[in-house]
Design a protein around this ligand. Sequence first.
Ligand SMILES: [Zn+2]
Length: 67
Amino acid sequence: MTEPVRYPGPTVVLPLDDWLYEARPVAGCATCETAAEALRAAKRAGRAWDRFEAARTIRRHPHGAGA
Ligand SMILES: [Zn+2]
């Protein structure tokens, strides 16, 4: 019997991927545009948490069906 090889390698770090910061602001939506501006500003400033917050604001902003 051979033991299966276990790799004690580095812990897999899930990349804090861009999707966290991805957002699709809806054109003409003031809330989205404000958040999108904050997102850009935070990106320039390198403030990851602010980017995340702004992106989340956009993602979670309801626009209703057929808007
Ligand atoms: Zn919106």
